[in-house]
Design a protein around this ligand. Sequence first.
Ligand code: TXA
Ligand code: MG
Length: 323
Amino acid sequence: MNAEPGTRVLKADSEAIKAAAACLSAGGLVAFPTETVYGLGADARNGEAVARLYAAKGRPAFNPLIAHVADLAAARRLGVFNADAERLAGAFWPGPMTLVLPRQPDCPVAELALAGLDSVAVRVPAHPLAHALLTVFGAPVVAPSANRSGHVSPTSAAHVLADLRGRIDMVLDGGPCPVGVESTIVACLDEPTLLRPGGLAREEIERVLGHALILPAAAPTSPLAPGMLESHYAPKARLRLNAERPQADEALLAFGPDAPAADGKTLNLSPRGNLIEAAANLFAHLRALDASGAAAIAVMPVPNEGLGEAINDRLRRAAAPKP
Ligand code: TXA
Ligand code: MG
């Protein structure tokens, strides 16, 4: 299917969902909206489809994928839930949270997608189109963010096409993603551990657990580390963090009411200083400022609470020296 020169773009409706499920069944690659970012889906059980997915993204094959399923019953067939995992799934699924669990002995996810780990990352997305696709397909779908490896994650069908047109079979266009940053990843292998801050705030998770999450401060060395390859989520332009004002040749990614007015080279994540709105705008604004051609983007400080933790994590990675 990947030999097709074109990538079909379908406005997501029930016919399109059926076509997308058929494409997945045939081993194809389908980008679809979730509430966090667009995912690039493949049949999780089909090793060849997973291999094509890695190739389309240009992704290092040691970086494992998240298996997406329609509901908790399907998630239980992939991973083993301890008491913490039960509590978190009950509180936050469907939603922008991924759980890393010990894999079931008969977990059907292809070895390649698990990158040789004994664990599996599982998510039940809340977006109605993602849910409909997973329900119609009826099996797990592995889906990394639908961008070229190392690029900024896509929050619209146009972003997906900018990175992957001609490299994947289909894009389901369901409009912009409401959350705008990737899911929060929590490992429930031993003590619950925050592997990646994301679209569900850490404070909410800790409230449900009744205690703090372990933070892998001593940066894990291997694939355990989601997006922890230092430079990640990177635009082409250099990023200068914690800037109050742009220098002459810089574009500005602003935040809050005390920012210069928006113009072609200035975009504000949230003029009213709202972190949920800022997360939803983050990747689209980074792409737009990158496209303005500026060599550097100055970024105003963003408070490190709630979704600010995920925003600052992505900004730090976008600012890290490129390999
Ligand atoms: O919001 C999201 O999570 C999006 C949407 C499409 O669901 N997906 C996403 O996938 O961000 P991706 O592949 O870009 O990031 C998933 C991260 C990777 O960095 C990977 O290292 C980590 O999850 N991961 C996957 N399996 C893991 C495992 N068994 N243990 C630890 N980390 C794992
Ligand atoms: Mg990604």
